[in-house]
Write a protein that binds this ligand. Structure first.
Ligand SMILES: Cc1cc2nc3c(=O)[nH]c(=O)nc-3n(C[C@H](O)[C@H](O)[C@H](O)COP(=O)(O)OP(=O)(O)OC[C@H]3O[C@@H](n4cnc5c(N)ncnc54)[C@H](O)[C@@H]3O)c2cc1C
Length: 434
C-alpha cells in the first residue's frame, strides 16, 4: 500500500471534508423543514387509572410527550385498607411511588394540584400558577363526596365519623377509633346507594372489622345500616359471616330501617327512617354518596348525577372533545367502579389515543374485572367478568364469561382465593406503578 504523504492526506481530508460538508448541507436542507413536535398528552391523577394510562401511553408510543399531574408525592391504594382496619396489614405496605413512571417510562410526573382546565385553549392550570398545554387530556381524578346528602354529614363531620373511602388520613383515623373503642361496643357502617367506588368494599370492611373485634373485643357488634336492598356478593358474604362471626354482624336494608336521614357527628348518633330511630355507636363509618372528582365536575364533564359519560370505545368525553375520562369518574356501562376496571380502561384509552394521533381506528376493546374480597384473612371470595361493547356502544358483560366463587366451597378453596387476592394486589400494583 502506497504510503500516504502529508500532502495527499490533506487532500483526502479535504475531499472527505467536502463530502461531509455536502451531506451536512443536505441535512441542513432537510432540517429547514420544521420537525413535527411530539404530541402532548396531559394526565390528571396518578391513581390506578391515571398512572396506568401515562405508563402505557409511553410504552405504546415512546415519542409521545406525556405529563402526569398528581397532587400527592405518593399514592396509597384503597385496596388493602380494609386489612389495615382488620389489624393484619400496615398502611406502609400500601404506599406506591412514581419512580418507575419517571425513570423507566419517561413520564414527566409533576406533583401539583390541577385547579382549572380550559378546553378551548387546551390548557391546564396548576395551583402553583403554572399552565400546561395539551393535545389530548386524560382525567382520572377518582371520586369526591356529595357532602350533606345525609343531613349533618359534611367534611367537618368526617373528622368524627370517618368515611375512610379515600386511603390515607381517614383510614388511620378509623383504625385509631376501632383500637380505642371498648369491648361490647358497636361499630356502624353506612354504605351509599349505587353507583359508588368498590361495591363489595363495605361488606368486606364489615367482615374485617368483625375479624379484629372477634380477636380483641369479642363482645362487640357491627351494624350495617344500608340504604340499599341488596349488596355485592351478598350470599357469599353472609355465609362467611355465619361461619366466622356468628351473631356479630347485622345488616339492615333500606326498607327495614337502614336508611340514615341525619347524623349528629360529635354525638356519634345516627337517625334513620321517617320515625327517626336513633342509633348511638362507639365508631361510625359513614360512606357518603359520591360523584366524579371535583376537577372533572368543574370542567363541565359530569352529568346531573355527578358522573362523566363517555364514548365507551375511546373514553373521550361526550361533552368536551379532546378530554378522555377514565377510572371511577367515568360511567363505563356495566363495569363497576374498581381499580382493576380503571387499570383496564386506562390501557385501552392509551391505545385509543395513540390510534387517534396516527389517524387509524382505535381497537375495539375487551375488558376484564376481577374482584377478590376477604371475609377473613384466610377466607377469600371473588367475582370475575368480561365486558365488550354492545351494538349500542355500551360496555356490557359477556354471558358465560367469569362468574362468582361457588357457594358451597370447602375452606381450602376459600384459603386459596385469599392467596389469589394477595397475588392480584401484587400484580395490579406492578402493572400500574412498576
Ligand atoms: C376500601 C376500598 C377497597 C377497595 N378495594 C378494591 C379492590 O380490592 N379491587 C379493586 O379493583 N378496587 C378496589 N377499590 C376501588 C379502587 O380503589 C378505585 O376504584 C380506584 O382507585 C379508582 O382509580 P382512579 O384512578 O379512578 O382514582 P384514584 O385511584 O382515586 O386516583 C385519583 C388520583 O387523582 C388525584 N387527583 C384528584 N384530583 C386531582 C387534581 N385536581 N390535581 C391533581 N391530582 C388530583 C388524587 O390525588 C388521586 O391520587 C377499593 C376502594 C376502597 C375504598
Amino acid at each position: 500500500m502506497a504510503e500516504i504523504s502529508r500532502r495527499n492526506f490533506v487532500k483526502l481530508i479535504g475531499a472527505g471534508g467536502a463530502a461531509s460538508a455536502m451531506s451536512l448541507t443536505g441535512c441542513a436542507a432537510l432540517s429547514r423543514e420544521p420537525a413535527k413536535p411530539a404530541p402532548r398528552v396531559v394526565v390528571i391523577g396518578g391513581g390506578f387509572g391515571g398512572a396506568t394510562c401515562a405508563k402505557y401511553l409511553r410504552i405504546y408510543d415512546p415519542s409521545l410527550n406525556v405529563t402526569m399531574i398528581e397532587q400527592n408525592a405518593n399514592y396509597i391504594t384503597c385496596p388493602g385498607t380494609n386489612m389495615v382496619l382488620g389489624g393484619f396489614r400496615k398502611m406502609d405496605d400500601l404506599v406506591q411511588n412514581y419512580n418507575a413512571l419517571r425513570g423507566k417510562y419517561g413520564v414527566n410526573v409533576i406533583q401539583d394540584r390541577v385547579t382549572g382546565v380550559d378546553p378551548a385553549k387546551r390548557l391546564v392550570t396548576l395551583s402553583s400558577g403554572k399552565t400546561i398545554e395539551y393535545d389530548r387530556l386524560v382525567m382520572s381524578p377518582g371520586i369526591d363526596f356529595k357532602w350533606n346528602a345525609i343531613e349533618g354529614y359534611d367534611e367537618a363531620a368526617s373528622q368524627f365519623m370517618p368515611h375512610a373511602w379515600k386511603a390515607g388520613a381517614q383510614t388511620v383515623l378509623l383504625e385509631k377509633q376501632l383500637r380505642a373503642m371498648p369491648d361490647g361496643g358497636t361499630v356502624i357502617i353506612a354504605p351509599p346507594g349505587m353507583p359508588f367506588r368498590c361495591p363489595p368494599g363495605p361488606p368486606e370492611r364489615a367482615s374485617l372489622i368483625a375479624h379484629y373485634l372477634k380477636n380483641h373485643k369479642p363482645r362487640s357488634k357491627v351494624l350495617i345500616l344500608d340504604v340499599k336492598e341488596q349488596f355485592s356478593k351478598q350470599k357469599l358474604f353472609m355465609d362467611g359471616w355465619n361461619a366466622l362471626y356468628p351473631g356479630m354482624i347485622e345488616w339492615v336494608p333500606g326498607s327495614k330501617g337502614g336508611k340514615i336521614q341525619r347524623v349528629d357527628a360529635k354525638g356519634l348518633t345516627v337517625y334513620t327512617d321517617e320515625g327517626m330511630t336513633t342509633h348511638k355507636a362507639d365508631v361510625v363509618n359513614i360512606i357518603p354518596p359520591q360523584k366524579a372528582g371535583n376537577i372533572a365536575v368543574s370542567t363541565g364533564l359530569a352529568d346531573k348525577a355527578g358522573w362523566c359519560t363517555v364514548n365507551q370505545l375511546t373514553f373521550e368525553s361526550n361533552v368536551v372533545p379532546g378530554i378522555h375520562v377514565i377510572g371511577d369518574s367515568a360511567t363505563a356501562g356495566a363495569m363497576p367502579k374498581a381499580g382493576h376496571t380503571a387499570n383496564n380502561i386506562a390501557k385501552m384509552t392509551a391505545a385509543a389515543i395513540v390510534s387517534i394521533f396516527r389517524g387509524v381506528k382505535p381497537p375495539v376493546p375487551s375488558h376484564v374485572n376481577t374482584c377478590y374480597s376477604l371475609v377473613g384473612p384466610e377466607y377469600g371470595i371473588s367475582m370475575a367478568a368480561v365486558y365488550r361493547l354492545g351494538e349500542d356502544g355500551v360496555l356490557a358483560g359477556v354471558k358465560g364469561a367469569g362468574g362468582l366463587s361457588p357457594e358451597d366451597a370447602p375452606s381450602l378453596m376459600r384459603a386459596q382465593e385469599a392467596g389469589y387476592g394477595r397475588g392480584w394486589y401484587d400484580s395490579i400494583v406492578a402493572d400500574t406503578f412498576g
